[in-house]
Design a protein around this ligand. Structure first.
Ligand SMILES: [Zn+2]
Length: 158
């Protein structure tokens, strides 16, 4: 069963979803004062400028908070599962939501997490956060960088 998915045509977020489908994590930055903003808003919260651009960020950070959903109330989710709020290492002060791929018992505030876009439908990729040491594929001994391995996980989310 398909779970609820983001509206790819919502103009405030469209660049973000498009970025994830290209393997990039993109957020807004104010062209006037340089402040990064997430979630995006029409005006900069610092200087009220309407002039913004989209920039790539590295999906590395620390666990700021999380919640464990014990009884799924939406289709397409297998409970229990965790939703995490991760504070990026850079830029400072930006927090991203995402799903969590790991043991629930391993969730601890402040621990490092890293994310990658995971394909959930033909068009939609969502961020999935995991512990850095478990995000590497131990069987990948040929030195290839596993940038496209999200394609192998489609089945988990449908
Ligand atoms: Zn600004």
């Amino acid at each position: 069963m398909t779970r609820p998915l983001p509206d790819l045509h919502n103009h405030e977020f469209a660049e973000h979803w498009a970025g994830l489908s290209q393997g990039r994590v993109r957020i807004r930055r104010c062209r006037s004062c340089g402040r990064h903003a997430w979630p995006p808003r029409p005006t900069c919260r610092a200087c009220f400028s309407l002039d913004h651009e989209w920039v790539d960020v590295e999906p590395h950070g620390t666990l700021y908070s999380w919640t464990v959903v014990g009884h799924a109330t939406l289709p397409g989710f297998e409970s229990p599962y965790a939703v995490v709020l991760v504070e990026l290492t850079a830029p400072v002060g930006v927090r991203l939501l995402g799903s969590y791929d790991g043991e629930l018992a391993d969730l601890k505030i402040g621990q490092p997490l890293t994310a990658r876009p995971v394909q959930v439908t033909d068009e939609v990729h969502l961020l999935s956060w995991s512990h850095p040491e478990t995000s590497k594929n131990p069987d990948d001994t040929d030195g290839a960088v596993a940038t496209d391995d999200h394609d192998t996980e489609v089945g988990e989310y449908q």
